[in-house]
Design a protein around this ligand. Sequence first.
Ligand code: PLP
Length: 415
Amino acid sequence: MTDIFRKHTPRFAHRALVDSGSRPFYRALSDRGGEALIDGRRVIMAASNDYLGLSTDQRVIAAATTALKRFGSSCSGSPSVNGTLLLHQELERRLAAFLGREAVVVTTTGFQANLAIAALLGMNDAVFTDMSNHASLVDGVRLGFAVHHKYRHSDMAHLESRLSRADPALGKLILTDGMFSVEGDLCRLPEIVALARRHGARVAVDGAHDIGLLGTKGRGVGEYFGLDDGADLITGTFSKCFGSVGGLLAGPQDVIDYLRYNARSVLFSASMPAPAVAAALAALDIVESEPERRDRVFDLTERLHTGLRAQGYRTGSSMTPVIPVHIGDEELGMRVWQGLFDAGVFTNVMTAPVVPRGRALIRVMVQATHTEAHVDAVLDAFASVGRRLGLIPPTAPGDFPPVVLARRKPTPSGS
Ligand SMILES: Cc1ncc(COP(=O)(O)O)c(C=O)c1O
């Protein structure tokens, strides 16, 4: 007989992790910002998606505190019944104007915003997804009924062949992350939009990481590519650039109205608590009024990314504050993580199944609230750990590929 609870067979990475005594996951932090306190030790926080540093901004905290006192700690109900406050409607209106879309519906998490897409995926539809899409998009597709076609990461020829072979009678949706959360690269939006138009498909982009960060006004990957109207539907989260928690879907009024009444992750979950809504609204003010925060995070990213390449690390095709440092072997990845932690730098180690087996990487992330001294300390830690473990040469190689970043204006090549 099979015991349904017997699911604990450790994956290799987890066994290695337990054996090595490393504890990269579920570590409790006692404060936040560019630094954190872990087990009484102060470390540099290089593992947070708080790119603009707004989760500890005093204006955001004050807005959340006021809302907490006025509206309480919970809405105690879903948006369709008792869970809609004027504050939610204000956030939806403000976001629709910010993103240049007819309407927005907010959800309790970004994950739920992506699950809501399932309501669009009926039996007479086909969905085309990038193989590196976030788990929440993967699950949104699983909950729908559409025929599912996966294309290799950012491989436009593969996407085109998938589109060409699909039944022309089906409704079609291309679904992609805007900025990929592990590799820090961007979707090839101009080509995706061109293919969509040619094949009568709609485009949905998950802007979880790029809304607030990319483009002159912070509107995300569409603005960065000069294609503000490129995506027919945008999803997003407040847990990265907006110092809060919650999610959004933005698009045509009739589609958003349809989702309000048909998406189960919208309908059947208690709505965002007022302090989270107020925090997101205050963060939106800052995203709109302080573009220099985007410049700051890209300045620091340039310093860190260039420094890592100069030391001899391979950092993939990231154009953003998410920098993947490729290691390969999973056990080695754990040792690098531990070495960095011992040196006072908290990073993420990514192993299978998040990345393919044998392609472990350390993900380092930059925040506008970091200082140059933080970045230099991270570089020193990588240099000493990398030399000790034989990952990089003892002296810096003279030649290394230049770092190309998705700063406010796209490069002339559009990359
Ligand atoms: C690309 C992407 N989409 C969606 C989500 C889910 O967002 P949330 O944390 O608001 O549930 C995440 C969070 O990690 C993400 O990285």
